[in-house]
Design a protein around this ligand. Sequence first.
Ligand code: GSH
Length: 484
Amino acid sequence: PDPNYPQFPKLSIDEIKAELVPEVSHWALTNGLVMYPPTFNVSQSSVAPITLYPTPFPRKSFEQAVSVQTLYNKLYAKISQDKDGWLSSRIEELAKFDAEFTGKLWELHLEAKKRGLSQKLALGLFRSDYLLDADSLMAKQVEFNTVSVSFGGLSTKVGQVHRFLNDTGKYSQNSGAPFYSEELPVSDSSSLLSRGLADAVKKFETSETHTVVAFIIQKGERNVFDQRVLEYKLFQDYGIKSVRLTIHDINTKTTMDPNTKRLFYNPTGEEISVVYFRAGYSPQDFTNSQDWENRLLLETSYAIKAPNLLTQLAGVKKVQQILTEESTLKRFVPDEKERASLVDSFVKIYPMDDSEVGEKAKKMAMKSPERFVLKPQREGGGNNIYKTDIPLFLKTIPEHEWSGFILMELIKPLPTTENVVIRGEKILQEPILSELGIFGCVLFDENEIYSNDYAGWLLRSKSSTSDEGGVAAGFGCVDSVVLY
Ligand code: GSH
């Protein structure tokens, strides 16, 4: 065992329940570290799913993950620029395998292009997710998210409450702070993501004195407060107002000028400069053809989309897989050193098609499935197929449909750490596994990248016995780090 491995003073579960849980709950409720429970009315929030302690994380690996973020931002901005149609051809190919969703988004993009894309600027608010590889201690990429990335708001607050419990001596039952503040960083994702939105508002050209940002949210959204943190920051730090709309609201609550394509918020007549999607990443968000028409209208409007459809589509797993091929990566990242940093964060990912590599991968998936996860193209968690479920699943679909999936080597993570997970009524002392997410903001058009920034981080943890880890999907919880 590493002698520097951070240890918190051991308390019994009874002491934890009597002393620490009330502390953390009061802080959370006072400061908005909250979420709506599965069934709720508007005035009932509860403590968000969180850990009681921050989780040990090697400083070097943390810094490695942070250091590649602007490279990833640039890479995905370049892919989304779709210069010689590279992304378009990939997505067109893929659309066949997921006609119901990827295919629909692709069709929508084509239709928007036909009607005319009036706004060339696009905003990416991204999050790259990593697991720590136990052997190399390198952060290895699990996935790159280009749409609706969550928990930038609550991440800051979890860091704050963990630091509060440390600094006030609560972790040691009042015999001092176990760690220096410097070992307990607080993610500045709340400020930096709202800055990303504000940068886009500033770049937006209009003759209006002010504009608003439209947050596109899901009906019945539970993660409201994470979104609200960004909205309140936007107003507090930049004087920028926001409005909340569902995809279903667009045809009644907004109007697009047919000539200028400028988009206005009906109740106030204010112009919408940025459309920030916290919905639209899953087929459930579209209930009828009007909803698809609404998404299309947003795409053709002059408002800057965060993200536009092409940028959203760049986040499909297939793109992540193809980028692990050297020749493709070279095309987008000519600089050898930059390429090497990115490659350090890759794991092996295989296609499941009829190429030579694909045929090999299919055999591996059947013969040693315990080494792999099979991923479709969908976002939002809960869609992956793990280990021995893979061959069973593959047998249920015709082989020509396998190409719609990618086969990814499972990352062998560090041994689990004990933590205490607070989830609703349940207080569970259990071994957990953590995933580090790094946020990034990038503003670009077809030819240029105007800003490219790191935007904070997020640690999410899950019970080590569960494969899935999404917090919004109900598996994981929000955590923070103690660096060593
Ligand atoms: N609608 C919710 C929100 O806006 O916060 C959830 C969005 C969502 O599921 N986002 C995914 C994510 O970041 C990426 S597409 N999930 C992290 C998690 O749930 O742990």
